[in-house]
Design a protein around this ligand. Structure first.
Ligand code: A2P
Ligand code: MG
Ligand code: MG
Ligand code: MG
Length: 320
């Protein structure tokens, strides 16, 4: 939907990071509509990106169309000055664009910390996962148990190698209603009720990419009383959502997850008071020239749980 004159002026007055997040919120929602439209159409045009002999790595027309929309819209909005790294290549031919923005985001512009106020287009790297949880999306189209709420659209913003802002859109939250969460480190996380206390320590982990290392790490957390229950769900975005809404941690002691899976969720989680690092406690580097895989695994802890005890507990059991 087009923005009116007054909000256009407010947009122009805002800092670049605020404008980028405001645009990304609306673009992620339009990506969600495209994803739902392709699912309703029934033909996902699935391609397997994996090398032969490897575990399936699916891509659907929804992944491709959402990637196209996000990249083209952001570049058009910001005069082609952005460095965007996406999971998928921009191959779709559906000429969609969304140049609108969220006026809700513009309202926090004055809260932006000093060090983020002067950031320019050339200073950031944008990590895009147009559809996180593709395995669930593809499975739902084949009539298997639908876990579509685990699908998210992720737009992460990095500055000087650190994730500083992120947008997570969940198209199938409460059926087809959907919701969008966004966060800026040092400002806050918006779009959901953040859980700030808990008794039972639920650990969320992979549903479809488990292995011996992943299991060993979880067993050692159980022995050290840092895990009461293990819940297997798909998607890096959805697992971080679970950490914001009651789970204690997201533990994935394996490679496979990539920078576009973690950049947006990391910023939202840190903005909410949690933490996301690799398994050894190192912050993930999001510079443009880094390798894409998160070869050190992923450890995310929720706002009411301390991060270091998990790092310590995983030291002996994990050889990533
Ligand atoms: N071995 C892998 N190959 C490809 N993608 C992976 C792999 N492991 C994880 N991912 C990506 O990381 C996300 C989180 O992993 P998991 O669900 O296993 O915890 C997945 O949704 C998938 O993102 P995507 O669906 O965008 O391809
Ligand atoms: Mg994928
Ligand atoms: Mg992903
Ligand atoms: Mg993806």
């Amino acid at each position: 939907m087009a923005n009116n004159q007054e909000s256009e002026e407010m947009f122009q007055r805002s800092c670049f990071i605020t404008r980028l997040v405001a645009s990304s919120v609306n673009i992620s929602e339009t990506a969600g509509s495209i994803i739902k439209g392709i699912m309703s159409g029934g033909d996902l045009k699935i391609v397997d990106k994996a090398d032969s002999g490897q575990q399936a790595d699916l891509q659907t027309e929804a992944d491709r169309a959402a990637q196209y929309l996000i990249e083209k819209s952001l570049q058009e909005k910001f005069q082609n000055r952005l460095k965007i790294i996406g999971e998928e290549e921009v191959t779709s031919k559906i000429p969609n664009r969304d140049l609108s923005f969220s006026t809700e985001v513009l309202k926090i512009d004055s809260k932006l910390p000093e060090e983020l106020r002067n950031i320019k287009e050339e200073d950031v790297v944008i990590w895009v996962d147009p559809l996180d949880g593709t395995s669930e999306f593809a499975a739902a189209s084949k009539g298997r148990t639908p876990n579509l709420q685990q699908v998210t659209v992720l737009i992460g913003i990095a500055y000087q190698g650190k994730s500083i802002a992120g947008v997570i859109h969940q198209p199938y939250f409460q059926g087809n209603e959907g919701r969008t969460l966004w966060g800026i480190v040092g400002v806050g996380a918006y779009g959901l009720q953040i859980c700030t206390s808990g008794d039972e320590r639920i650990i969320v982990t992979t549903r479809s990419h488990s292995n011996k290392g992943v299991q060993n790490a979880l067993e050692s957390l159980q022995k050290k009383k840092l895990c009461d229950k293990i819940v297997q769900v798909s998607g890096a975005g959805f697992k971080v959502l679970r950490c914001l809404e009651g789970a204690a941690a997201y533990v994935f002691a394996s490679d496979g997850c990539k920078k576009w899976d973690t950049c947006a969720p990391e910023a939202v989680l840190i903005a909410a008071g949690g933490m996301l690092t690799d398994i050894s406690g190192q912050r993930i580097n999001y510079h443009a020239d880094v390798q894409y895989p998160n070869s050190g695994g992923v450890l995310a802890t929720c706002p009411w749980v301390e991060h270091m005890p998990y790092v310590e507990a995983l030291k002996d059991s994990c050889n990533l």
